[in-house]
Design a protein around this ligand. Sequence first.
Ligand code: T46
Length: 141
Amino acid sequence: MEEIKVKKTGIIKLQSIKDGFDGVLSIAECGRQIPFDVKRTYYIYNLINHRDVIRGKHAHKSLKQVIFCINGSFVLSLDDGTNKQEIVMDDPTVGVYLGPELWHTMTNFKNNCIMLVLASDWYNESDYIRDYEEFLQYIKR
Ligand code: T46
């Protein structure tokens, strides 16, 4: 995976145990690979590969997350307000840390893509910034 230039993010590589024809087991532990205690897990699936299919398009005020692509692939677009970068997510052993105040968008879902997200807190809509101009103002404050 390419080097990440955007701030408030980072690559998280999981330990994987390959078991020949019996598959692969990948491990994410809080306080080790995951830099926060996980309070919520969610996964997103049944995604169609169409240019109009887009998820994310928001930032969080304080939530920390790690996103994985555990099947298929998608493109994760990151924007810290200054730098922008696109990352192809296609390896179930590689996660991306999504820190607070990071605009993120997911597109280009292929091959029965499944996203798995580990989050530091329960769902709270007031933690979301869903308007890009508001995001730019928020990070300038
Ligand atoms: C994120 C990216 C990576 C809940 O009620 N509880 C939940 O835990 C979540 C995650 C969502 N929802 C509701 C809120 C919306 O009414 O489910 C609906 C769809 O959520 P949203 O449009 O935010 O989905 P995405 O894929 O754009 O974003 C999700 C997470 O919400 C977000 O925190 O960072 O995945």
